[in-house]
Ligand binder design. Sequence first.
Ligand code: ADP
Ligand code: MG
Ligand code: MG
Length: 342
Amino acid sequence: MSPTKEYALLCLENPLLDIQAPGNDELLAKYGLEADNAILAEEKHLGIYEDLLNNYSAKLIAGGGAQNTARGAQYMLPPNSVVYLGGVGDDKYAAILHDAVKQAGLRVEYRVDKKEKTGRCGVVITGHHRSMVTDLGAANHYDLDHLKSPEVWKLVEGATHYFVGGYHLTVCPPAIMALAEEAANNDKSFVFSLSAPFIPIAFKDALDATAPYWDYVIGNESEALSYAEAHGLETKDIKEIAKHLAALPKANKKRERVAIITQGTDPTVVATNGEVNEHAVHAINPSQITDTTGAGDAFAAGFTAGLVAGAPLAQCVDQGQWLAKLSIQELGPSVTARLLGD
Ligand code: ADP
Ligand code: MG
Ligand code: MG
């Protein structure tokens, strides 16, 4: 891998602690959850975290989509390549996160909120399904003041690549826009993840404001379909949707946009310049799969690490598939922590 600038990659989103446990239909019904979904917690969901910990043998795993991506990218790059920003509380959950990122060699610059708890993501596993319910807590208090503080902004200026998780659109769009504009004005790479199907629907306007700045937009098939629905595209064809994303108006005209849509075991669709290609995933024997949570985060990590190292597009995609394959053989989205001696 070619030498990389210190902290070339800066990532922003919501640091969360995953509270993950095998559940059942009764538990889903109790909190009104669907078997396969990702939602933000309402008042009625808040009891689920203690419930999972006390009654369902839950495991605590460092999570947060882009934080997983940041850890994965750091795993693939030379030391001191990646820095991650987000908001946490001053509690035992934050201590667990600090420990996990330290093991992965990831630098974090958290905004610490003394009054709010670190964000939690309840993950209920039923068979191959996963229901996620997130109480953002302190992550919801990330703000532009933190991003613009002299020490943090220096890291922003020093980075050549930004990765923003779409979940942050529910938290602090001004911080996302500040990174987006910094990228466009200085011809840096801005990588954006669609994150979840509810984002293009419930946060459409905020999402659309970021779109002109996407140099790379990454999503899975459900996110692509929900984008199409929210934007009245008259197609459910993933390749057509990818082409549409790639062709949206662009702020920095020096770079062609690339849209990347993963589809689980089906080939990854890559659109740029009016063309679409498919890239087969790295096949894996189903018996080797431990947990597919975070496959997409790991894909984004391998892909973005490739960009930072200056690899050609096809190789970036291949690196994404490779890291995703590694990640689904481990419990939880924490491939790096485990590989580095957890
Ligand atoms: P998400 O986790 O966001 O739903 P996907 O399910 O599309 O994302 O998975 C992202 C990538 O992870 C895929 O493109 C593929 O490389 C890899 N992957 C996911 N599931 C499998 C699997 N069963 N076998 C091999 N690779 C997989
Ligand atoms: Mg999937
Ligand atoms: Mg995903």
